[in-house]
Design a protein around this ligand. Sequence first.
Ligand code: V47
Ligand code: SF4
Length: 380
Amino acid sequence: MTGILSVEEAIKHQSKELQSIAEKVINKQRLTHEEGVLLFEKGELGFVGALANHINTSLHGNKVYFNRNFHIEPTNVCVFTCNFCSYSRQYKHRDEGWELSIEQMMDIVRKYDGQPVTEVHIVGGVHPKMNLEFFCELVSKIKAHRPDLHIKGFTAVELDYMFRKAKLSVEEGMKALNDAGLQSMPGGGAEIFHPDVRNQICADKVDGTGWLYIHETAHKLGMQSNATMLYGHIESYEHRVDHMSRLRDLQDKTGGFNCFIPLKFRNKDNDMSNVPETSIIEDMRLYAIARIYMDNFRNLKAYWPMLGRQSAQLTLSFGVNDLDGTIDDTTKIYSMAGSEEQTPSMSTEDLCDLITAVGKLPVERDTLYNEIKIYDEAVA
Ligand code: V47
Ligand code: SF4
């Protein structure tokens, strides 16, 4: 097992203000914005880790979830110019990137025929010629080919562009995709909502209010979605807490978020390469504080292709209960931005070993967190 302190031990030598936060956590009371910022400013790793672990264990025992999915990245050509992005290519340089046809994407889907994957995750750049009609056709072809596969696709950034181009309202556009077979949405494109940061790192794409509105609309149509936060660049602790508060408020309203996924900024080959990456200690503190602050999000996910598998494994002692997937992860977003995981792919056995090595119980889930299989013995 890990050497995580009990909450009682961790509280002992803390200041009065941190002790009062700990008492609130134990009594399941919500933290204020100021208390969230205080945790970032003053909460040592052992302290926030113990609180996060306490919450996580009371919600999930020692279970850690993963799913079996694969990614389709239709293109890396993008009309936007996010400074942190190492992955996109402008339309005028599209010969350096890729643009998949519907048939090429169906070939990827067919590659998994007969394999026990439960989800396809579709996310890419915002290509000016790949429109709503194109993606409705893709989604309906995937559904027709494999009705049991859950289709999770398109960030609010891609959707915002698609709907505006089609001259449809968010409601109309979401409904069209939902009718075609889209079942839920990933959490990308959230970055940092606060305009002071957003205008410096990704000024030209949908703003924070627009991102939240698209997710709210999807939730109202009965779809669920994820939420992310890109951290560890130029944002302050206040910006992080502001971001998490806006998500917490929307979750109070709709209950439609499945999980929260903090994404660590990686600095290779992008316009923010001068910004240093955060330390592992800061990463773990962030996961722990997210678990404490986001009291209405049941699931906190560490996306291992981005964090690297060892750091992802460490997060399991700091509030994280989900490692995403997968048997064959085909995403390029992080390998291009400098993640240790150049060709991210982990077998179910590897993933289970990683989870059991820290005394936790691997559980395969579907996209909506229904349990599929508990791996309480050697992996079959
Ligand atoms: O929005 C881009 C991030 C996101 C970098 O919902 C970067 O299950 C770090 O959201 N350093 C897209 N991050 C990916 C995403 C995602 C991934 C896995 C699972 C889910 C889910 C969602 O990737 C972007 C942006 O925040 N990103 N560049 C970078 N240099
Ligand atoms: Fe385009 Fe997404 Fe990269 Fe921004 S992060 S430039 S929207 S691919």
